[in-house]
Design a protein around this ligand. Structure first.
Ligand SMILES: [Zn+2]
Ligand SMILES: [Zn+2]
Length: 66
């Protein structure tokens, strides 16, 4: 039902409650990703705000879809 967005290299996830934050240093490659990143009993928020030196600029278009 819920399409789980797989963690990609350079992504950051943060817990909105305790501000626990993780930085994906190696993205998931599996086809049917069911990775659940959780803290404080809730899913971590994806907060990929800091520009990461990444040779694939297409990622930046994801959130600018207005
Ligand atoms: Zn996975
Ligand atoms: Zn937390």
């Amino acid at each position: 039902m819920n399409v789980q967005e797989r963690p990609t290299t350079g992504d950051m996830y943060r817990c909105s409650k305790c501000e626990f934050e993780i930085h994906i240093t190696n993205g998931c490659q599996c086809d049917d990703c069911t990775t659940q990143l959780q803290c404080c009993g809730q899913p971590l928020e994806k907060v990929t705000a800091i520009p990461v030196q990444n040779p694939r600029p297409s990622q930046a278009l994801d959130q600018n879809n207005a």
